[in-house]
Ligand binder design. Structure first.
Ligand SMILES: Cc1ncc(COP(=O)(O)O)c(C=O)c1O
Length: 377
């Protein structure tokens, strides 16, 4: 059959260029996940799950939220998340990917502008593609370039609402957006500032509330629940009219089975745990600071040290995959990140300082990388 042969051919081409993606088993100490607080396998989460089960919360939703899938646990989570993240309202969705797709395909209208950072996540692009607004990217983390992009669009006749899309912590660079400056820009332009907090939630801000907490502009934030929060889902937080519009118009919300009420109930436990246990964030920050010290000590800091995500940019796809394989063989679970996920020539190891590693393991990883670097020099 033609389709089978064509796809097989395509996979062969990817393989030849070291670009084929395959799922691989977990192997070694976790420097690869987004489990930044170490919650996924924690005693806390297991006990929380037992508490939720004891309350007889359903394990599946059974339908879309707009049909019979809605459950008081969803609504309670949304009310608590809105309060926790400092927003008027919140909407719980199955994942961050779905949430970004919903936000950008639904809220910006024809005649609006979405000005987006060149490095925003694939899921935002998925929403852009499906939406009807004008799209312009600006150079990564460059507020002045964003201002100019908006000015150029206005000069060419653009008159609608401006939306500025950024991430607070970038998933593959690990650097932070200059949010205070974007906040001022959004206020000056009467723009909506859409902040994807996927890699900040649970790690940055007071009790892990993220970095958009307390901004003054009209902010719509996305807190993914499968990374720092250790479960799964996506919480969109912002003005009630944004949330109500998503409920009425967002296809990924309307035409999808709701996340399990069980998941919503677990997340309520996680948010309460974060609020009650400031040590969780303090410990994550201490772990990150220690990793930065080790990276500096061993000169693995060329791509910058900003967060729990530390990229080691090697450039060549084959080299990255070889180093990742070798590291896994030595007990460190790391994955190579290649184009098109990152720009050509910037293939990298993405070190993630998760909550599942000890200081000794962090030190050992950087020592090992320093040895590889010496060998390659
Ligand atoms: C910046 C960013 N936004 C959104 C997502 C998607 O979130 P989820 O994994 O919950 O679908 C990711 C996850 O890879 C991400 O890195």
């Amino acid at each position: 059959m033609k389709a089978l042969a064509r796809l097989d051919d395509m996979l062969g081409h990817l393989e030849a260029r070291h670009r084929r993606r395959v799922v691989a088993p977990r192997q070694g100490v976790d420097f690869a996940s987004n489990d930044y607080l170490g919650l996924t396998g924690s005693a806390f989460l297991k006990e929380a799950a037992l508490r939720v089960l004891a309350r007889d919360v359903p394990l599946g939703a059974g339908g879309s939220r707009l049909l019979r899938g809605n459950h008081p646990e969803h609504e309670a989570l949304e009310a608590e998340a809105a309060a926790f993240f400092g927003a008027q309202a919140a909407l719980f969705m199955g994942g961050g990917f779905q949430a970004n797709q919903a936000i950008f395909s639904t809220l910006p209208a024809a005649g609006d502008l979405v000005a987006y950072d060149a490095l925003v996540h694939a899921s935002a692009h998925e929403g852009f593609r499906l939406g009807r607004a004008d799209l312009r990217s600006f150079a990564h983390n460059d507020v002045e370039a964003a201002r100019q992009t908006i000015a150029d669009w206005r000069a060419s006749g653009g008159a609608g609402q401006v939306w500025i899309a950024v991430e607070s912590v970038y998933s593959m660079e690990g650097d932070l957006a200059p949010l205070a400056a974007f906040d001022r820009l959004a206020q000056a332009e009467e723009a909506v500032l859409v902040v994807d907090e996927a890699h900040a939630t649970g790690v940055f801000g007071p009790s892990g509330r993220g970095l958009a907490h307390g901004l003054q502009a009209e902010v719509l934030s996305l807190h993914t629940c499968g990374k720092g929060l250790g479960v799964s889902g996506g919480l969109v937080c912002g003005a009630k009219v944004f949330i109500d519009s998503l409920v009425s118009r967002a296809r990924p919300f309307i035409f999808a089975t709701a996340p399990a009420p069980f998941t919503a109930a677990l997340l309520r436990e996680v948010l309460a745990h974060l609020a009650a246990t400031p040590a969780l964030v303090a410990q994550a920050q201490a772990r990150i600071a220690f990793a930065h010290d080790q990276a500096r000590l061993h000169r693995i800091d060329r791509a910058g040290l900003h967060s729990q995500i530390i990229p080691v940019i090697l450039g060549g796809d084959a080299q990255v995959m070889a180093w990742a394989d070798r590291l896994r063989g030595q007990g460190f679970d790391l994955r190579g990140i290649r184009p098109p996920t990152v720009a050509r020539g910037t293939a990298r190891l993405r070190i993630s300082v998760t909550g599942n590693v000890t200081p000794a393991e962090i030190a050992a990883l950087f020592e090992t990388l320093a040895a590889y670097q010496k060998e390659a020099a």
